[in-house]
Ligand binder design. Structure first.
Ligand SMILES: [Zn+2]
Length: 189
């Protein structure tokens, strides 16, 4: 049973992308820099799913630590999983860093056990099965989604799911899931 979680669009989050500086692939030392996967046509109408993950590994506090982790993930996804590109669209690192993965407007690699490719996957770096997710990091993810809407890369009708809403997995960890629920309200519209 899928329960949509719609984030509470609290006013202090604000709109726009100026509050969400994204650390580019070039900046974190990606092997490819530009995604080879297909671009989505009219993402402002079609990207209605935002799926939240955790990386299920070490967390990071500094940019350098996060960069190392993301480089390893890129290597894993491409070399070991044999994917064309890093799976996640974006990563949230520490409390206040957003890193570009495959980036805006690129089709998602279909996650095992799900069929949707028209979604944005955002991973929090760390393992949130037992660790708690920083509130600032949650707010940053919400700002990133708002930025996506403003850039016409996410539908205004989007819904946020945890990975385990869509597939049988522990991802994104019960602590993150609990907080994401906490930050959500059910809106009737
Ligand atoms: Zn996941």
């Amino acid at each position: 049973m899928i329960t949509p979680k719609i984030p509470d669009l609290v006013s202090d989050i604000g709109k726009g992308c100026s509050e969400v500086p994204v650390i580019s692939r070039r900046n974190w030392g990606s092997a490819t820099n530009v995604s080879k996967d297909r671009k989505i046509e009219k993402p402002e109408y079609t990207v209605i799913l935002v799926v939240i993950h955790h990386t299920n590994g070490k967390h990071c506090k500094t940019k350098e630590e996060c960069k190392r982790i993301i480089k390893d993930i890129e290597k894993f996804d491409i070399e070991l999983m044999n994917k064309r590109d890093i799976l996640m669209h974006f990563f949230i690192g520490g409390e206040n860093m957003v890193f570009e993965g495959r980036g805006w407007g690129v089709e998602a690699e279909v996650i095992p056990d799900t069929s949707a490719s028209l979604m944005i996957n955002i991973a929090f770096i760390g393992n949130f099965t037992s660790e708690t997710v920083p509130t600032k990091a949650l707010h940053l993810a919400e700002k990133l989604i708002q930025c996506g809407i403003q850039r016409k890369q996410i539908s205004k009708q989007y819904k946020v799911y945890g990975h385990n809403d869509l597939a049988c997995t522990d991802c994104p960890g019960k602590e993150l899931l609990a907080k994401a629920n906490f930050a959500s309200v059910d809106l009737d519209y």
